[in-house]
Design a protein. Structure first.
Length: 220
């Protein structure tokens, strides 16, 4: 099973805008996609409190990002109640703001204080498109289990195979080529995986896969 640092490294290369914070709300990861999205370099934000960097406000203009963030508390302390994607306006380097949709989940460590919180950011317009129903396929989707994470063994062999590809950082097109199936079929399998694991993103599914040791991985 990959270490926390190795997991964060793979997440940082996912192509999505991602940053991570430590137990003191300090930013410990800020990838290139996040730099491009908000115009702030990793050098300028690493080590700073996330709420001081993000300056997030809700749709009504009220301050959302602050010390003692309730969403961070929920992600760290209420594992039975995962954080759902939410909308914010974040400050950009040019002094303006940008609408985003954020997902938040934790990567536990051997000590609670070392738990990292991973934030996945999408431009609001991209998130709206991603939320659209997946294209219909000839396969009948499985019914979601009552507790997705406890029923992780309910993944089919194909779903485990695709989850393994996600853990390796493979893109949808690469998975389709490797397995000899269409990209639409891959996307539908991924939607089933997310539903069964009760994950809100591919990144969160990867973290759950490591946590529950659902697939064989190597540190290389």
């Amino acid at each position: 099973m990959l270490s926390t640092d190795e997991t964060l490294d793979r997440i940082s290369r996912s192509g999505q805008a991602v940053f991570a914070t430590d137990g003191g709300d300090r930013i410990v990861l800020w990838n290139r996609a996040c730099e491009a999205l908000l115009g702030k370099s990793a050098r300028s934000v690493l080590g700073k409190r996330c709420y001081d960097v993000m300056c997030g406000r809700d749709e009504n203009g009220n301050v959302y990002c602050h010390r003692g963030c309730p969403v961070a508390y929920q992600a760290r302390e209420r594992k039975e109640d995962p954080v759902h994607p939410f909308s914010l306006r974040l400050g950009t380097a040019d002094g303006k703001s940008r609408g985003i949709t954020a997902s938040l989940f934790s990567i536990p460590d051997y000590h609670p204080a070392l738990t990292k919180l991973v934030h996945v950011l999408r431009p609001a317009e991209d998130a709206a498109t991603a939320a659209a129903p997946a294209l219909a396929s000839t396969e009948t989707p499985a019914e979601p289990p009552a507790d997705g994470r406890s029923e992780a063994a309910g993944l089919t062999s194909r779903e485990k195979e695709i989850l393994g590809c996600l853990v390796e950082g493979a893109a949808t097109s690469a998975i389709a080529g490797r397995l000899g199936i269409s990209r639409v079929t891959v996307r539908n399998h991924i939607q089933n995986i997310l539903r069964k694991l009760d994950a809100h993103s591919k990144l969160e599914a990867v973290v759950i896969a490591h946590r529950l040791q659902l697939v064989e991985t190597s540190a290389g």
